[in-house]
Every structure is written in C-alpha cells, then in structure tokens.
Design a protein around this ligand. Structure first.
Ligand code: DQA
Length: 164
C-alpha cells in the first residue's frame, strides 16, 4: 500500500467558526436508504430517517445545524462534498457504505475540500469479508468508528461538537 499523499484535515479550525454557527453534514452512501429492512442481523432495524432525526436533535441541543444526505450515486455524494466547502460546513460525518472499499473519487473529494470528517460504519467492517477491511477513507479521517451500530453516528457527532 503506497504512502498517502494527503493528510487528514484536523479540527483545529476554531478561529474561523463563529459561536453557534457550526454546520455538520452527515453523508450516507448507497443502500443505507434501505436501513430497517436491509440485512437487519448486520445493520439493525432502525431506519435512516430515525437515525437522522436523532442526529438533528442532538445537534440542535448543542446549537449546531445538522444536515443529512443519502445517495446511491457516487457523483451525487461528490457534488455534496464540494458544495459543503462553499457552504462553510464545519465537519462531515460519512458512512461511504459500499464506496468505502472502491471510491478513489469520493476520497479525492474529501481530500480536496479539506473539511475534517469522521468515518462511520454500522457494522464492524474488520470482522466481515476480507474486502471490507480496506477503506479508502480511514487514513484521511479525523477518526473512524465501526461496529457500534447507529450509536456510532451519535458518538461521531458528540466528538465533533466537542472539538470544533
Ligand atoms: C457499511 C459497511 C460496508 O462494507 C457496506 O458496504 C455498507 C455499510 C456499514 O455501515 O457497516 O453498505 O458501511
């Protein structure tokens, strides 16, 4: 595995963030719209709508705006990452889902905007098929959480709210 040429964007950007203006973007990759019915033994029974509602409420309580976006299309996720730069998004939480293991282009988008991000997976990708162990995102991420189900998103948000 060659050494990465980009380094992770850090949370050391407090100075450009006004109090009460934190914007957090939550990105969900392909097939996560099926949560609730998709392989519940692996991904649980909670729907994406429920997970998103909880994150929005958690953010609101801390004075932050949480926006959630899911797409089954790589290009749409890339466009959303690029838009996040224009919108001065503070940090991103991303579950790239299947793109975790395939998408150089989505990785490049995150490197390109240099917005700190936390990578989340519902399942423990290291305890599944060997091809899931490799992520194109982990070395750029401020942190990664996997295997804790939907709580992983909440912990990621908690960490971002504390550190930004
Ligand atoms: C996933 C794990 C990926 O390997 C898989 O392709 C997904 C979901 C997770 O949240 O556990 O779609 O990212």
């Amino acid at each position: 595995m060659p050494k990465p040429t980009s380094s992770p964007a850090s949370f050391k950007s407090k100075d450009r963030i006004r109090q009460g203006s934190k914007k957090i973007l939550v990105l969900h990759g392909p097939n996560l719209n099926l949560l609730g019915t998709r392989e519940p033994g692996i991904y649980g029974r909670e729907t994406l709508a429920l997970i998103n509602r909880r994150l929005i409420t958690q953010g609101k309580a801390a004075g932050a705006t949480v926006t959630c976006f899911q797409s089954n299309h790589e290009g749409e996720l890339i466009d959303r990452v690029q838009l996040a730069k224009k919108q001065q998004v503070t940090a991103i939480i991303i579950n790239p889902a299947g793109f975790t293991h395939t998408s150089v282009a989505l990785r490049d988008a995150l490197a390109g905007v240099a917005i700190p991000f936390v990578e989340v997976h519902l399942s423990n990708i290291h305890a599944r098929e060997p091809f899931r162990s490799h992520s194109y995102f982990s070395d750029l991420a401020a942190g990664t959480i996997c295997g804790l189900g939907s709580q992983g998103y909440e912990l990621a948000l908690q960490s971002i709210l504390r550190r930004t």
